[in-house]
Write a protein that binds this ligand. Structure first.
Ligand code: FAQ
Length: 336
């Protein structure tokens, strides 16, 4: 799916100026010209090693986030309040697993085997989104994940549909369509609870209080602290900075909170007419880095769950391999 268009001839633009680039310079020149022209870089195209490495880092972390992100919601499958909500939740969790698979496939086009990426997650060498290290204590948390976590994910991921690396950009187009449905179902579930009893409304408010700041942190460190942003934006991987996305998310979410009838737990959150944006309070970056560093409320539980699933799935991998080997041997026997 990701390696169609095997146009191995990378067009090299005519050199400008007197000193024409040669060898590696020529390839780098062609790469930069493609980026400047808004063309996609494809798997078979030459790319700088640092560009390749950055993409594997970001795409694999993104894939891990989708897969680990199934766990907090999975906690409520057996306790969903109705058959309809259970069916929706199961479908959503299955979508997240699918997103992980598209993303691992996109990262594999860069030459890193899926097994290596998975080992990096299991060993703790590779990160996944901080947000999935928070617990889902009540059913309202499931709605809040849809509304706020998927809402933040979409804000971050829509610009990735224009990412300079073709396989990642194409995977993001499909993922964003599904995430947008996820966000709406979360809002719908919360709206139903807000129209219910006082206890239900309290449960929603409590969930919003606990998730708001972790979601605001999800966009990553502020631009001044973001080590990768300048380079990834230069390469057209990221299109909008962490802080700009965070601001856009807050601006979009405030009216939705009003519509729902919940308050957002930030006394400094207010419209600033001169900026044309909402001002908001200080982010607790110590908490963010603690969670990213492995010491959040559920980090150990999440990694334990993934390691257990990997170990328990060993027989499936072995059986699939044995079947593939048998089929290949049979085909070779037939061809001989
Ligand atoms: N959590 O220099 P930057 C979802 C790390 S999918 C953990 O700013 P960058 C779907 C960062 O990796 C959610 N670590 O880095 C869903 C780097 O460390 P490194 C995931 C974080 O890459 C919904 C270091 O800090 N989405 O939710 C976080 O330019 C519901 C320095 O940071 C994506 O992955 C964090 N929040 O920007 C599923 C989208 N933030 O690698 C289930 C693609 C930063 O040097 C239910 N990724 N770090 O060791 C991106 O857009 C970017 O990678 C950022 C970070 C924006 C996440």
């Amino acid at each position: 799916m990701y390696t169609q268009a095997l146009d191995l001839q990378t067009p090299v633009p005519a050199a400008t100026g007197s000193a024409a680039p040669v060898g590696q310079d020529l390839r780098e020149h062609a790469f930069n010209a493609r980026l400047a022209d808004g063309q996609k870089i494809e798997a078979q195209d030459w790319m700088p090693e640092a560009y390749r490495k950055t993409l594997v880092r970001q795409i694999s972390q993104h894939a891990h986030s989708e897969v680990v992100g199934m766990l907090p919601e999975g906690n409520w499958v057996t306790r969903a309040p109705s058959l309809k909500r259970k069916a929706i939740l199961l479908a959503k969790i299955q979508d997240e697993g699918g997103h992980g698979l598209y993303l691992y496939s996109a990262a594999e086009t860069l030459g890193t085997p899926r097994e290596a990426m998975q080992q990096a997650l299991l060993s703790g060498a590779s990160k996944y989104s901080s947000i999935f290290n928070y617990p889902t204590l009540t059913w309202a948390d499931v709605g809040v994940i849809g509304w706020l976590v998927d809402g933040a994910a979409i804000m971050n991921q829509i610009p990735l549909c224009r990412c300079s690396y073709g396989p990642y950009a194409r995977a993001m187009i499909r993922i964003c369509k599904e995430e947008s449905f996820h966000q709406r179902q979360g809002f719908d579930s919360l709206l139903a609870m807000m129209r219910g009893t006082a206890a239900q409304r309290d449960m929603v408010q409590d969930a919003v209080n606990r998730w708001w700041w972790p979601v605001v942190m999800m966009f990553g460190p502020s631009d001044g602290q973001s080590v990768h942003s300048a380079q990834t934006m230069n390469w057209g991987i990221k299109r909008i900075s962490n802080d700009e996305l965070r601001q856009k998310f807050i601006d979009a979410t405030v009216p939705q909170a009003q519509l729902l009838g919940v308050s957002l737990p930030d006394p400094d959150l207010k419209w600033n007419a001169s900026r044309g944006h909402h001002d908001f309070g200080a982010i607790d970056w110590d908490e963010f880095w603690r969670v990213v560093g492995g010491d959040g409320p559920c980090n150990r539980e999440r990694l334990h769950a993934r390691r257990t699933a990997h170990d328990k799935g060993a027989w499936v991998r072995e059986a699939a391999l044995a079947h593939a080997n048998k089929t290949r041997a049979r085909e070779l026997g037939r061809a001989a």
